[in-house]
Design a binder for this molecule. Structure first.
Ligand code: NDP
Length: 337
């Protein structure tokens, strides 16, 4: 079977591509330009012509995926802008929504062999911010972020801009599928991850060029930035290892019962002190500089998440924090950072 993966040169996309190839799938990797596919071809050269690159340009453009969807059996759509630095919320909302609707519209027109489309959404499309003291489940929607952007535009909270883009994109996906259900051969599964951490396989040359979530991890564990403890800035949520997220996307393609489901894929909730403590307790010391935070500090833990669905539905067994931290720091050592 051939799977189209969008955002294939990104943190999540590149892991999904290599895991799919490893499992015997053929992959069409959608990136903006052919040159953005170079690193993928180099790092997956053992799979030969099972990997092809599709240059699709800007995902916000109408019909961007019209050619790329032709002949594929499944689609994993990870492409979406990830930054907390947008000025106008539209900078995030337009590509997120147009890209998500665009992939479904292309599949409607030209994807007669497609059986399932897996879309990467986010915890930020789920957890309202500021968050109410309720257990987080798949039933929640972050419409508060959309409202913040509607009311405050450029002055909306940075987190609201990204969260609104994910909320609106996911809502648009479900609405599009509902509207065209009778005419399509495929169904939809949505994966909602919290912070994704772990080693990277996409093209990264310096710590500063890491993607947002792994840069946050690097800045926390290595540089000791205590970003995690300010709930007004970073909502406490959860974390999951990138290798489990890649696995979740593939299982979401394969498991018949995953069709029509929205799935929170989370290993655990955390505060950054947990990671500092684990990193510093590892022996041998996994990295030359490690932040310590404030061991023993009493930190607010107010997050409760119902984590039951993903393991049950997708058969996931999660990588533990020790392993994620050890492997991530080993990745930095290998890179000479
Ligand atoms: P990256 O920034 O590493 O990857 C984003 C990908 O999307 C890149 O391939 C990027 O291409 C592509 N992309 C973004 N905007 C456009 C555009 N306008 N046109 C064409 N391509 C575009 O981030 P992640 O891999 O972390 O994110 C992947 C998905 O996972 C996103 O949907 C994100 O919201 C979601 N997610 C990520 C989490 C995390 O902690 N990392 C947590 C929860 C959800 P290019 O490099 O050319 O810009």
């Amino acid at each position: 079977a051939t799977i189209l993966v969008t955002g294939a040169n990104g943190f999540v996309g590149a892991w999904v591509v290599s895991k799919l190839l490893n499992r015997g799938y053929s992959v069409r990797a959608a990136v903006r330009t052919q040159s953005k596919g170079r690193h993928l071809l180099d790092t997956n050269s053992q799979y030969g012509d099972k990997l092809e690159i599709a240059a699709v340009g800007d995902i916000a453009t109408d019909g961007a995926f019209d050619e790329a969807v032709k002949g594929v059996d499944g689609i994993i759509h990870t492409a979406s802008p990830v930054t907390m630095a947008a000025d106008d919320p539209k900078e995030l909302i337009e590509p997120a929504v147009n890209g998500a609707v665009g992939i479904l519209a292309s599949a409607l027109k030209h994807g007669s062999s497609v059986k399932r489309i897996v879309v990467t959404s986010s915890f930020s499309a789920v957890i309202p911010f500021p968050s109410p003291p309720v257990t987080i489940t798949e039933a929640l929607w972050n419409d508060a972020a959309v409202k913040d952007c509607e009311e405050n535009g450029r002055n909306a909270k940075p987190m609201s801009k990204y969260a609104a883009s994910k909320t609106l994109a996911e809502r648009a996906v479900w609405a599009f599928h509902k509207e065209h259900k009778s005419k399509v051969t495929w169904d939809v599964t949505v994966i909602n991850p919290p912070f994704i951490f772990g080693p990277v396989v996409h093209e990264v040359t310096t710590p500063d060029s890491l993607n947002s979530s792994t840069k946050l991890f690097y800045d926390g564990l290595v540089k000791g930035e205590s970003h995690g403890q300010d709930p007004s800035k970073y909502p406490d949520g959860g974390w999951v290892d990138i290798r489990d997220i890649a696995e979740a996307h593939i299982k979401a393609l394969e498991v018949p019962a995953a069709g029509g489901e929205r799935v929170l894929v989370i290993k655990d909730t955390f505060v950054w002190q947990d990671f500092y403590d684990i990193a510093n307790s590892l022996s041998p010391k996994p990295y030359h500089t490690l932040a310590t935070g404030t061991p023993g500090a009493i930190l607010v833990r107010n997050r409760k998440v119902n984590m039951e669905k993903a393991p049950r539905l997708l058969g996931l067994e999660y990588i533990a924090a020790e392993e994620m931290i050890k492997d991530t720091l080993a990745d930095y050592v290998r890179r000479g950072w």
